[in-house]
Each structure stands twice: as structure tokens, then as C-alpha cells.
Design a protein around this ligand. Structure first.
Ligand SMILES: NC(=O)c1ccc[n+]([C@@H]2O[C@H](COP(=O)([O-])OP(=O)(O)OC[C@H]3O[C@@H](n4cnc5c(N)ncnc54)[C@H](O)[C@@H]3O)[C@@H](O)[C@H]2O)c1
Length: 356
């Protein structure tokens, strides 16, 4: 038995692959295009491990995906591959349309053909799990209840609109063709190996470098935060026990304004790596012009996943954010390489001569 993971060199996908290999003997084929967000150094601990088969390629490359499906005969696919950064989608939406919509469509088409030709028993057991986001539901006012799985889709950024489109395609492949799909819509993740363009790692990295900590607008945008390992455990649970065709919201029950997050990170750094001049890291906070169309509040109601599949996050925000800050403090090399592009040179050296 084998699973195919797409986007497994990115933040959540790589955490998922590492956890999977640590807890299972089942091999993972990892298909990743290695955009700026993909980083094979994150997976370097798996070098030489035959259970991890890395393939450099695009989910939109139908010939490649068909070949992988034929060769490896996966029993499931977990689709993480995406362009994932809202700000980048505002500056240039095209890649988001290409990967999140067209890429997902092509992947679904290849999978549909493969699944349709499987023997009946394997066809019944097959799963296509699509990893999505709470951002597809739009923005909540302060007193509205959290997003449930039946909340109307109201995406507000090119990123969330492209993810919404992919969710719809996945849903339609179940409804129309019977493809056994599962969809998870998760809140903001944080944790190890997070690319330092996103809020929490950016604050840690900038704080340590003595740079400004840019906070959008008034910093009162509320997000629900989930430790990445908890997201990975939720996906494993949905994969093993989710009802085909169903959607599961995944969240950490940790609604917090961005400014509180930044202050918490600063306080942890004050404790764990105090500034040599005795000043507090919070003094580096700088308010900057808000993101256009910035959603005010997301909140996830994750009760369905708890009620039906017995999943709950293991970390509180306090335990998760401490682990995260400690991880960044002890893995400065990873950050330096990501920032310097050194990891790309490493990838070229390590993988340049290998064929997909
Ligand atoms: N980060 C979050 O807080 C969050 C929350 C909820 C849902 N999600 C979803 O989870 C998934 C993973 O998010 P992430 O934060 O790990 O993203 P990421 O940007 O860190 O990683 C995305 C990965 O996909 C790869 N990729 C991009 N285009 C590809 C293509 N065409 N073919 C193959 N690989 C491609 C990249 O190289 C990268 O390794 C995404 O679908 C995202 O929408 C993320």
C-alpha cells in the first residue's frame, strides 16, 4: 500500500510526510513542484529512507501524474499542493489560478481515470483527500458564530477564491462521477518549517534580526490558530475514518487578534532569547498599511470532526507557540538557508542528476 501526497515539500505537507513516516511503514510518493515555498531541506531527515519517494513535478502535468499512479498504485491521495499566500495572490493571481484551479482539475481528471480502472474492492477503498482552508467561507463579524461545514462560500481574495473553486471541483467529482473524496477546511496553521513570509515565522525572524515587526492596520484581524501537527493528525483521522463526500472543518479553538499573536511571540523571545540591549522585542512593532480587502475574522467550528471522528487538537495555543518559538531558535540554519536560497543550491546538488 502507498499513498500519494502532493505539495509535500511545503509547510504542512512536509510536516504531514514526516509524521506519516514516523508513524507508519506505508510508503509515501511525494509530488512537489518545488516553488519558492517547497523546501526539500525540510525532508532531509528522510534521505535514504525507501518509504519516501520524492518526485519533482507539477500536479497539472497529466502525463507525469498518470505515470505515477500507474507505477505506484496509491490507495489514497492527499492534495496539499497549492499557491498559499494571500499577499502573493494579490500581487499576482495567475499562479493561483493555474495551480489551485487548473492543477487540481487536471489532478482530478488523472485520478478519476485511474480510480475508474481499479478492481472493485480497491475502488471502494480509494480516497482523494483535498486539503483546503477556512478562508473560502469569507469574513465574520465579531459576534457571528464560527464557520460550520454548511457556511456559504464567500471567498474574498484571489487565493481564497482559487481554493473555493478547487473545493467545488472536488465536490463535483464526487457528485458526478462518484470519486471517493474528502475535504478538510482548516484554520491558520503555525509550527516548525513555516516559510518566513507568514505572520508567526516572519515575526520571529524579524525580531531576532532587529528588524521592524510589521503589523497590518490595527492588528485586530482575528484568526483561529492550529498547531501544524494537530492539522496533520486531523487529516490522518479523516483519511482513515471520514465519510466519503463529506467536508470536515479543522480548527484549534484559538481565536486571537494578530496583534496578540505578535505580543505573545515577543514575550516568548524576551524570555528565551532576551535582546542584548535589555529592550523588549515588542518595541520593534511597526503598524503598516493594511492588506487590501483584509478579512476581519475567521473562526472555525470543529465540532463535527470531534463528534463524528473523535478528533481534538493536542496542543493549546500556549504549548504550541512555545514549541514553535523554541524550534525557530534551535533551527536558525533552516531559516538562513530558506532566506538565502541556499536550499535551492542544495536541491540542485542533491537532486539535479536524478530523474523524476
Ligand atoms: N498554511 C495554512 O495556514 C493553511 C491553512 C489551511 C489550509 N491550508 C492549505 O494547506 C495546503 C498546504 O499549505 P502550506 O501552508 O503547506 O503551503 P506552502 O505554500 O507552504 O506549500 C505548498 C507546496 O505545494 C507545492 N506546489 C505548489 N504548486 C504546485 C504544483 N503545481 N504542483 C505540485 N506542487 C506544487 C510547493 O512547492 C510547496 O511545496 C494548501 O492547499 C493550503 O491552501 C493552509
Amino acid at each position: 500500500m502507498t499513498i500519494l501526497v502532493t505539495g509535500g515539500a511545503g509547510f504542512i505537507g512536509a510536516n504531514f510526510v514526516l509524521d506519516w513516516i514516523a508513524g507508519s511503514s506505508e510508503p509515501v510518493v511525494n509530488l512537489d513542484k518545488l516553488t519558492y515555498a517547497g523546501n526539500l531541506q525540510t525532508l532531509s531527515s528522510l534521505e535514504g529512507d525507501e518509504r519516501h519517494i520524492f518526485v519533482h513535478g507539477d500536479i497539472g502535468d497529466t502525463d507525469l501524474v498518470q505515470r505515477l499512479l500507474r507505477e505506484h498504485q496509491p490507495r489514497a491521495i492527499v492534495n496539499f499542493a497549492a499557491e498559499s499566500h494571500v499577499d502573493r495572490s494579490i500581487h499576482g493571481p495567475e499562479d493561483f489560478i493555474e495551480t489551485n484551479i487548473v492543477g487540481t482539475f487536471r489532478l482530478l481528471e488523472a485520478v478519476r481515470a485511474y480510480w475508474g480502472a481499479l478492481p472493485e474492492q480497491q475502488r471502494g477503498a480509494f480516497r482523494f483527500l483535498h486539503v483546503s482552508t477556512d478562508e473560502v467561507y469569507g469574513s465574520l463579524s465579531a459576534d457571528e458564530p464560527a464557520f460550520t461545514e454548511t457556511h456559504p462560500y464567500q471567498p474574498n481574495s484571489p487565493y481564497s477564491a482559487s481554493k473555493a473553486a478547487s473545493d467545488h471541483l472536488v465536490r463535483s467529482y464526487h457528485h458526478t462521477y462518484g470519486l471517493p473524496v474528502l475535504t478538510t477546511n482548516c484554520s491558520n496553521n503555525y509550527g516548525p518549517f513555516h516559510f518566513p513570509e507568514k505572520l508567526i515565522p516572519l515575526m520571529i525572524v524579524n525580531a531576532l534580526a532587529g528588524k521592524a515587526l510589521p503589523v497590518y492596520g490595527d492588528g485586530q484581524q482575528i484568526r483561529d490558530w492550529l498547531y501544524v501537527k494537530d492539522h496533520c493528525s486531523a487529516i490522518r483521522r479523516v483519511l482513515e475514518a471520514g465519510q466519503v463526500g463529506e467536508v470536515y472543518n479543522v480548527g484549534g479553538w484559538n481565536e486571537k487578534p494578530n496583534l496578540d499573536i505578535v505580543h505573545r511571540v515577543c514575550a516568548l523571545l524576551d524570555e528565551l532569547r532576551p535582546r542584548p540591549d535589555g529592550m523588549r522585542y515588542a518595541e520593534q512593532i511597526a503598524y503598516v498599511t493594511d492588506r487590501p480587502g483584509h478579512d476581519r475574522r475567521y473562526a472555525i467550528d470543529a465540532r463535527k470532526l470531534e463528534r463524528e471522528l473523535g478528533w481534538k487538537p493536542a496542543e493549546t495555543f500556549e504549548t504550541g507557540i512555545r514549541k514553535t518559538v523554541e524550534w525557530y531558535l534551535s533551527n536558525q540554519d533552516w531559516v538562513d538557508n530558506v532566506q538565502s536560497g541556499g536550499y535551492r543550491a542544495w536541491v540542485e546538488k542533491n537532486y539535479g542528476g536524478r530523474s523524476a
